[in-house]
Design a protein around this ligand. Structure first.
Ligand code: C2E
Ligand code: MG
Ligand code: MG
Length: 727
């Protein structure tokens, strides 16, 4: 920091060969408030300068040895000497010596005879001026540094002369040589990227006419082949409403731009598939709506999800699940590329019309639609493409999508509404139609409303005593006796009438209501079984279905233990049915839970066997007693060789693993004969009995108590004449 002004008495070096001159100068400066040191010749002064670093030097020109000019020139070259003010004292008032004084770097000169009263002021003035210059030099350096660091330069343009002046940093920023100076805006334009030239020109013309301060971002082309991103900001100087000068900054913002692109990607794209995400898609739909509105056009939105994604994810693992999503994105992309009518708007990239909303949900925007039927055509094509099998990590995976379609403007006027309605149509497609795609229609709102009503009523079903259990007997094929029974939940709602388990159990699982309901089922079935056993009825077990949601509850094992305690039912009279896909969802944990349950003494069965993707290696580790062949394989077991082969294989495999097999959904004697021939252990189905109420079951079991258990007429004897239940 410069202290010549702030220090109380600045130090002055007086150089003169004449003693009395030094004395007079010294005295007057001393009185004017300076400290003074003296040197009698040039050489000595250079030494003293280094030693004391005075704030200013007063130097006589005429000296023996090194004269003042030579000394000044030397001083300027010496360390710290370049900016110190040097005041030459000269008796020679000719122009030559004045010129010479300046040329050797003197700051100012003063003629002899010296006006002593003024000398102090003169010196002080010089010090102040030199201080200002030092500060200026410092701030210029800092400005240059700042501009270099910010990669920013400035320019100004004189309207009258049409001349452009650039700061050196602009040349550096653009990577061009200062050797060929740019003096017009046209010259500068040659470094603007071709595709941005028109915009930059318009921007400049606009600023030159309106005088408004604006900015523009554009690309440049550097000689080194790079294409930096440039931001320019312009301000105008006006006189009487006329622009007389424009000045602006030019900054390289490539890094900023790249960061923005990255942030944009993160905020707007799904990292797994690289497709646009929900946010992006919503903005995209909103844009398309505004275009469609202006041109009075239709457009459509397809909402898609994969039907068996969850099962694949659960059984084959998340890695394969992820790969499936990536493959789906790729196939969608491909099928969109092949679609000529998705958009005719060339500015809009076709692929921006796709998005992954999350999970296995994808959306497609058909931004221009002649007829709404075309949306169904494209949906069909997507279904065909996505239904082809894919090989993922060696697994051949089959998926089908369900697609809901909403059409603008008929089904909604906003992105939100169109999405919501397409989603609802998709849900509908999944459940209620043979076709895998479905157009939205008004009645679907009623469907959603119905779901809500079902949910609200289900919440009150237990306390209103609307739930009951029906029991379906299971027959031991070898001796024809009742081996067990499956408890099946029935809901007779006062508000809604009878609702089937397939309609309300998924909803109960989604809403968590299955927890209290499942507990109720378990308790009721155990109570009932205990009561019947106490009555002396002959059967070995009651089977209760356990939902995945219940099974994954941390205190499920404890609940089973408590209910067995409470009802005093022998543990092996209880069988828990869990589905294959439930076990495969997290096989390690499932094995642990099953082991705890097994330790209680209950029996365990795998329900709906054959529909999941069980791996045999896991099956061996599950401590289970029984496999239930899904009714889908039983239905055509006597006519379809594939189903027959599956049933046979399951029976054989179970035998080799010491597991019992029960076939469910047996409806006729042909199926029965087939299963008996193949040594299936047990059967359950309408052929023997529909699920019946506990009252009916009580009567039936009572009638058996009199008969011999090995009579093959047990079932026929009762059910052929009994009502088939109202199930
Ligand atoms: P599930 O456990 O596989 O039960 C067998 C289903 O097949 C029952 O349907 C039964 O009525 C039906 N069924 C029995 N014999 C035949 C036949 O010969 N032909 C045909 N086509 N079907 C037959 P239901 O009672 O409608 O139950 C459907 C599903 O709901 C059950 O499938 C089970 O997954 C679930 N479920 C039923 N009760 C409960 C429960 O208390 N808790 C839980 N978590 N799920 C339950
Ligand atoms: Mg079952
Ligand atoms: Mg089943």
């Amino acid at each position: 920091m410069d202290n010549s002004i702030v220090e109380e008495r600045p130090l002055v070096l007086v150089v003169d060969d004449e003693d009395y001159m030094r004395f007079l100068v010294g005295e007057s400066l001393d009185q004017a408030g300076f400290d003074v040191i003296e040197a009698g010749n040039g050489e000595e002064s250079l030494k003293m300068f280094q030693e004391h670093r005075p704030s200013i030097v007063l130097m006589d020109v005429m000296m023996p040895g090194m004269n003042g000019f030579e000394t000044c020139a030397e001083l300027r070259k010496s360390p710290g000497g370049d900016h110190v003010p040097v005041l030459m004292i000269t008796g020679l008032e000719d122009i030559d010596s004045i010129n010479r004084a300046y040329s050797v770097g003197a700051t100012d000169f003063i003629g002899k005879p010296i006006n002593y009263p003024l000398l102090g002021h003169r010196v002080r003035y010089l010090l102040r001026a030199s201080d200002a210059i030092k500060k200026l030099i410092g701030s210029e350096r800092r400005l240059a540094d700042a501009q270099r660091i910010a990669r920013m330069g400035y320019w100004d343009w004189d309207a009258k002369t049409d001349r452009l002046t650039l700061s050196p940093q602009i040349y550096k920023t653009l990577g061009i040589s200062e050797q060929e100076p740019i003096t017009s805006f046209q010259q500068l334009m040659s470094w603007v990227h071709d595709s941005d030239k028109a915009a930059v020109e318009a921007w400049f013309d606009d600023a030159a006419t309106t005088g408004e301060s604006t900015n523009i971002t554009h690309r440049a082309t550097s000689p080194d082949g790079t294409e930096p991103y440039i931001r320019q900001q312009v301000e105008a100087l006006c006189d009487d409403g006329e622009v007389v000068e424009l000045y602006g900054t030019l900054q390289d913002i490539t890094e900023l731009h790249e960061a923005e692109v990255r942030i944009h990607k993160l905020a707007y794209f799904d990292s797994l598939t690289g497709l646009p995400n929900r946010e992006f898609f919503k903005e995209r739909v909103a844009l398309s709506i505004s275009i469609a509105r202006r041109h009075d056009r239709q457009m459509a939105l397809l909402f898609l999800d994969l039907n068996n994604f969850k099962r694949i994810n659960d059984t084959l693992g998340h890695r394969v699940g992820d790969l499936l999503l990536v493959a789906t994105a790729e196939r969608l992309t491909k099928s969109m590329r092949a679609t000529d009518m998705v958009t005719r708007d060339d500015q809009l990239d076709k692929l921006e019309n796709l998005a992954r909303l999350g999970g296995d949900e994808f959306t497609v925007l058909l931004s221009e639609l002649d007829r709404s039927e075309d949306a169904g055509r494209i949906a069909r094509r997507i279904i065909d493409v996505l239904s082809e099998p894919v090989i993922l990590e060696g697994h051949e995976v089959y998926v089908t999508p369900s697609i809901g379609i909403s059409v603008y403007p008929a089904d909604g006027e906003t992105a939100e509404e169109l999405l919501k309605n397409a989603d609802m149509a998709m849900y509908y497609a999944k459940r209620n139609t043979k076709e895998l795609y479905q157009y939205y229609n008004q009645s679907m709102n009623e469907f959603a409303l119905r779901r809500l009503t079902v949910e609200n009523n289900l919440r009150k079903a237990i306390e209103r005593n609307e739930l009951t259990l029906n029991y379906q007997p299971q027959m031991d094929v070898a001796n024809g006796g009742v081996s067990g029974m499956e408890a099946l939940l029935r809901w007779n709602s006062k508000a809604l009438g009878r609702v089937g388990p397939d309609d309300f159990i998924p909803l109960a699982e989604e809403t968590g209501l299955i927890i209290p309901i499942g507990e109720w089922v378990l308790r009721t079935a155990c109570h009932q079984a205990k009561e019947w056993i106490d009555k002396g009825h002959q059967f070995s077990r009651v089977a209760v279905n356990v939902s995945a949601v219940q099974f994954s509850e941390p205190d499920f094992v404890q609940l089973v233990r408590d209910i067995l305690d409470e009802t005093q039912l022998a543990p092996n009279a209880l069988e828990l049915e869990v589905t294959e896909s439930l076990l495969m969802r997290n096989a390690e944990r499932a094995i642990e839970t099953l082991n705890h349950l097994k330790a209680l003494g209950v029996q365990l069965a795998i329900d709906d066997f054959g529909t999941g993707y069980s791996s045999l290696s896991y099956l061996k580790q599950f401590p289970i007693d029984r496999l239930k062949i899904d009714k889908a394989f039983v239905r055509d077991v006597d006519t379809d060789p594939d189903d027959a082969a599956i049933a046979k294989a399951v029976i054989a495999m179970a035998g080799s693993m010491d597991l019992k097999v029960i076939a469910e959904g047996v409806e006729n004697s042909e199926q029965m004969t087939f299963l008996r021939d193949k040594h299936c252990d047990e059967v359950q189905g309408y052929f023997l009995s529909r699920p019946i109420s506990s009252g009916e079951m009580d009567v039936y079991l009572g009638s058996l108590d009199m008969t011999t258990p090995d009579s093959s007429k047990v079932f026929e004897g009762y059910f052929n004449k009994s009502a088939q239940g109202n199930d």
